[in-house]
Each structure stands twice: as structure tokens, then as C-alpha cells.
Design a binder for this molecule. Structure first.
Ligand code: BGC
Ligand code: CA
Length: 336
């Protein structure tokens, strides 16, 4: 009997040992994500895609909304670090204030993948396990400008008052966001470089937001109804607000200013398809989501990062693509 008991104990200890080993071998990867604002339509799409990929890969995902507060985001990151997350993906609220997160991550030795809201290079280089996934803001503006230029080449009547200049308004995203400042500059640069003479009527900061752009455009129409020929928008949501304001005006659609955005989200693509927007620039939500998920998994498994094609060991930038009525169907299929 005594022998049997010992045997059973050995067997039991063996079992426990084995289970332990298996548990540690198959420990699920845990990836935390913090979004600056989950109500932002581009972020909403991007987040859905990142989470779908991670779920398919059987990763434990915790995603949180920082509600546009850097203090809330810092706390979320701190909690996820305490909870032992392997990698944390951060869509910074304030792209100029990543220091707290960087210090906490370095202390815990947990890699951080920043995305969409780009921190300055100096901050990204301040520790080796920091990465950035996004696009090149300059490229998106240049491509937007190029769409305008080629549209004007085939539609000289867009210069309604025939003064040889294009009177324009800019709807800008959030102040201080790389995709607002740089998109505006590079779009205007590309149009001017092509020899089009621009005449700026006004601009408004509409914070990426449809209803803010709608309100601003309503006001602008009071002043510039007969003179505006082009509305450059830093994203599609704001372009959609502009479309809405014009739809409610008494200006016939043939006399509308040209409207263009950036992002290529479904609603924007539909307006490109029906001709109310002359185009948009596709902000590769699918490519960015794949890159974030793939990099996060590789980091969590401590794998070689060669497969992630990082630039300078830190950046993954997905190219922007021009979308006009000619190729909009391809993008409608892609994002649906
Ligand atoms: C997108 C915007 C979005 C912003 C959020 C930009 O890249 O074009 O639609 O609101 O990112 O950070
Ligand atoms: Ca004109």
C-alpha cells in the first residue's frame, strides 16, 4: 500500500510537472492596444482589422480607448505593463508627449509599437525597442495635389470665374498632427509645382471631424459661395462634412467646388464613385493593420524582425495610393 502511495505521488508530481511545462510552452501571447479615440472612423476601421488578425492568431488582445486623454493613456499603458503584456501598441493621444510611456516601457523591458500618430524621430530613437507603423504624411499630400492637378487639366471649367487662379479653402485636421500640417503643405506644393496658380480664401481646423467640417463649410458658404473653387480636406470625414453642407445649399452640383480628401474609407469612396468628391488618397488601413499585428507577434515571440522589413530598424511605412473615379471600384471591393 505504502509503495502504491509513493508510486501515485510520483505519477501525480510527474503530471503536474508536465502540465507546467506545457503551460509555459503554449503560454498565449498578450498584446495590449491603446487608441487615442475609438470614435475616429479611420481608427475604428484600423482597430477592427488589427484585432481580427490578432484574434485569428490566437493572441490575447486587450484594446482600450484613451478618450483623447494622454493621462488616461499613460495609465492604461502602465496597467498593461503591470499585467505582463508582451507588447503594447500605442496610438498616441499627444504625439509630442510619449516620454512617460517610453520610460515605463523601458523599465519593464516591453516593446512599444506606436502607430498612426507619429512621434518625432528623436523620441523613437530614445530606446531600441520602440517602433512606428504608419504612412508618409508628405506622400499623402503630394498625391492629393497630383489628383487635383490632373483633374484640372481635363476640367479647365473648374476655374469658375476664369481668372486663371484656383480659389481654395483648406479643412485641416487636428492642430499639431503630422497628417494635418504636412498634408496641407505638400498638397499645395504639388499643385503649385505643376504651374497651377492658387489663391487661398480661408482655412479651418475641423479636427478630422465630419460635423465640425460641415459647420465650418456652412459658414464659409455664407462668405465664399460664389468664389470657392476647391476644398482641400486633410481627410475624408471632413470632405464628407463639406459635401453635406454643399448638398444643403442652393448651388447646383455642376457648380460645386472640387472636393478631395484622404483615407479611402467606405463613405468617402462612395462619394468619389458618385462624383461629389473628385478623389481621395487611400491610407492603407489593411497594410498598416497587418504590419502592426505581424510586428507585435514577432516581438512577442522574440523572433527575427527581418520578415517585418523595418526601415532603420524602426519604421514601417505603407504607401498611400491615389483614388479617382477610374479606380474607385477596386478600393470599394477592398475595404468592404
Ligand atoms: C487619418 C485621419 C485620422 C487620424 C487620426 C489620419 O492619418 O487620415 O482620418 O483621423 O489619422 O490620428
Ligand atoms: Ca478662379
Amino acid at each position: 500500500m505504502q509503495k502504491l502511495k509513493i508510486l501515485m505521488l510520483v505519477f501525480f508530481v510527474g503530471l503536474v510537472g508536465c502540465t507546467h511545462a506545457e503551460v509555459s510552452q503554449t503560454k498565449q501571447i498578450q498584446i495590449g492596444i491603446s487608441y487615442y479615440d475609438s470614435y475616429d472612423p479611420f481608427i475604428e476601421q484600423l482597430s477592427k482589422r488589427i484585432e481580427d488578425i490578432l484574434n485569428e492568431e490566437n493572441v490575447v488582445v486587450k484594446s482600450q480607448d484613451s478618450e483623447k486623454s494622454q493621462i488616461i493613456q499613460n495609465r492604461q499603458v502602465s496597467d498593461m505593463l503591470k499585467d505582463g503584456y508582451d507588447v503594447i501598441c500605442v496610438n498616441l493621444v499627444d504625439r509630442t508627449a510619449p516620454k512617460k510611456i517610453i520610460t515605463m516601457a523601458e523599465e519593464a523591458n516591453v516593446p512599444i509599437i506606436f502607430f498612426n500618430r507619429e512621434l518625432v524621430a528623436q523620441d523613437l530613437e530614445s530606446w531600441k525597442k520602440l517602433y512606428y507603423v504608419g504612412g508618409d504624411a508628405n506622400e499623402s499630400g503630394t498625391k492629393q495635389g497630383e489628383i487635383v492637378v490632373s483633374y484640372l487639366e481635363s476640367h479647365p471649367e473648374a476655374d469658375h470665374n476664369l481668372d486663371g487662379k484656383i480659389q481654395y479653402i483648406v479643412m485641416e485636421g487636428e492642430a499639431g498632427h503630422q497628417d494635418a500640417i504636412v498634408r496641407t503643405e505638400s498638397s499645395i506644393q504639388a499643385i503649385s509645382d505643376a504651374g497651377v496658380v492658387l489663391d487661398k480664401l480661408d482655412y479651418a481646423i475641423a479636427n478630422w471631424n465630419r460635423s465640425q467640417a460641415y459647420t465650418k463649410m456652412k459658414q464659409f458658404l455664407g462668405k465664399y459661395k460664389d468664389s470657392v473653387e476647391l476644398v482641400l480636406c486633410n481627410n475624408d470625414e471632413m470632405a464628407l462634412g463639406v459635401v453635406q453642407a454643399l448638398s444643403e445649399s442652393d448651388i447646383p452640383q455642376s457648380q460645386w467646388p472640387l472636393i478631395i480628401g484622404v483615407d479611402g474609407l467606405l463613405d468617402g469612396l462612395k462619394e468619389v464613385k458618385n462624383g461629389t468628391m473628385i478623389g481621395t488618397v487611400y491610407n492603407d488601413q489593411i497594410g498598416q493593420a497587418e504590419a502592426i499585428a505581424q510586428l507585435a507577434i514577432a516581438l512577442a515571440k522574440n523572433e527575427d524582425l527581418d520578415q517585418c522589413h523595418l526601415t532603420n530598424g524602426k519604421y514601417i511605412r505603407k504607401p498611400y495610393e491615389k483614388v479617382t473615379q477610374e479606380n474607385v471600384d477596386d478600393y470599394l471591393k477592398l475595404v468592404q
